[in-house]
Design a protein. Structure first.
Length: 248
């Protein structure tokens, strides 16, 4: 089966990208002292971050469902996975420079790299992906009580294990997207994608539809370049803000 992109998934991903850009722009303004917000505790910002990450990971699950449906082999999967993993390492390196005391060691790209492997390996689990996704989202809620009752579970708070997400306290890092609860969102995206491809494939759109200028077309094109955009948008915005402040 020939691989083709489904434009509505790209549009959904582009919406997440633009929302993320607006969020990061405000974060950068705060970093330079131009506004004064608490991005770590204020629900207005923390809930936006949760929504943005959820949208990204749900579309990652959708995309994995499409790739499997279109017969993507493991060789092509690993090529794409290598790009994501390499980009994650670049994020870690850049964050070490900007935030040496809270650099990103398991952020959204690190999480996606691991979750893609899990999603690929579990794609055949069918309807079980729905309850498993719910369980993955619920498990972290039990971590504090489990650690209070059985201190041995405190080991999961250590950096070498806290990427799993079964934690009693959030680590000090600028971006943290562990397997729990976020694998649940990817599993739900994967389950939704596989169901939709079987029963309502037209809902996902198609890239071979007639190209039309307009917002949807522009969003679809943007959504196809999500990884490059993700890597570049922050350095560009930070550079522009710094330049504006220097000129002022």
């Amino acid at each position: 089966m020939s691989a083709r992109r489904l434009d509505r998934i790209d549009v959904l991903r582009a919406v997440a990208m633009l929302w993320m850009t607006a969020y990061h722009f405000c974060f950068d303004l705060n970093f330079f002292g131009l506004i004064h917000e608490n991005f770590y505790r204020d629900p207005f910002w923390t809930w936006q971050r949760t929504a943005i990450v959820s949208l990204f990971l749900f579309t990652a699950g959708l995309s994995q469902a499409v790739a499997i449906h279109q017969g993507q082999d493991w060789a092509r999967f690993w090529r794409r996975w290598g790009q994501v993993a390499g980009a994650a390492l670049l994020v870690t390196a850049g964050s070490m420079f900007m935030f040496p005391n809270s650099f990103i060691y398991f952020g959204v790209l690190h999480g996606i790299a691991v979750m893609l492997i899990v999603a690929r390996a579990t794609a055949g689990w069918g309807a079980w992906l729905w309850p498993l996704g719910g369980l993955a989202m619920a498990l972290p809620l039990a971590a504090p009580a489990a650690m209070a009752a059985w201190p041995v579970f405190e080991v999961f708070n250590q950096p070498w294990l806290n990427w799993l997400g079964f934690i009693g306290r959030k680590p000090i890092t600028e971006d943290y997207v562990p397997l729990l609860p976020w694998l649940g969102v990817v599993w739900w995206g994967l389950a939704a994608g596989r169901w939709t491809l079987r029963h309502r494939p037209a809902w996902l759109g198609a890239s071979d539809a007639p190209a039309k200028a307009g917002p949807r077309r522009a969003l679809a094109v943007l959504g196809r370049w999500s990884l490059s955009y993700y890597l570049l948008h922050q350095p560009v915005m930070i550079g522009l803000i710094w330049l504006a402040m220097a000129l002022r």
